[in-house]
Design a protein around this ligand. Structure first.
Ligand SMILES: CC(C)(COP(=O)(O)OP(=O)(O)OC[C@H]1O[C@@H](n2cnc3c(N)ncnc32)[C@H](O)[C@@H]1OP(=O)(O)O)[C@@H](O)C(=O)NCCC(=O)NCCS
Length: 129
């Protein structure tokens, strides 16, 4: 899990969270507080989780599920190049999958530069359960 924290205007406030499973690998959920949406936090969190997956697991196809009416998330996914197909088990949902590989050309080469980029705007920290 990654969280994004505000370090400037509202110090320490949690602005967003993403929960992912490295074993599947599967992104369970991502959420950003209403008043701070459309600032790139959700996509940064998703990029960071993909980066973490590829850094720890290597080449992976990361899967997530999104309701067919969830336009913000569908658009966010599209912006990251994530392909979506109808969930064969539930027609109200789309399954999204993105192949992430440890190559220098992908945005998900390694978590380090991405996390560093995130840290410039939002402090992130990994939560250990
Ligand atoms: C989906 C969600 C996480 C997006 O977070 P965010 O921080 O606002 O997303 P970003 O700022 O990174 O947006 C990235 C891109 O996604 C798309 N997008 C995001 N919100 C959008 C909206 N309301 N309408 C259309 N496109 C949207 C845009 O293409 C956007 O890029 P742009 O701002 O340059 O146009 C946020 O809306 C949210 O928390 N929703 C409620 C929880 C939820 O539905 N989570 C997903 C299912 S688990």
């Amino acid at each position: 899990m990654f969280v994004a924290e505000d370090l400037k205007t509202d110090k320490g406030r949690i602005l967003g969270v993403i929960v992912f499973d490295l074993e599947q690998p599967y992104i369970h959920s991502v959420g950003v507080v209403r008043d701070r949406r459309r600032e790139g936090i959700g996509s940064s969190l998703k990029r960071a989780s993909l980066a973490e997956m590829v850094a720890l697991v290597g080449t992976v196809t990361a899967v997530s599920s999104v309701h067919k009416k969830n336009i913000p998330m569908i658009k966010l996914n599209e912006g990251l190049g994530v392909k979506s197909t109808k969930d064969p088990e539930d027609g109200d949902y789309l399954l999204s999958a993105i192949l992430v590989e440890p190559t220098p050309d992908t945005v998900t080469t390694s978590s380090t530069p991405l996390i560093r980029a995130l840290l410039r705007r939002f402090r992130t920290r990994e939560q250990v359960n």
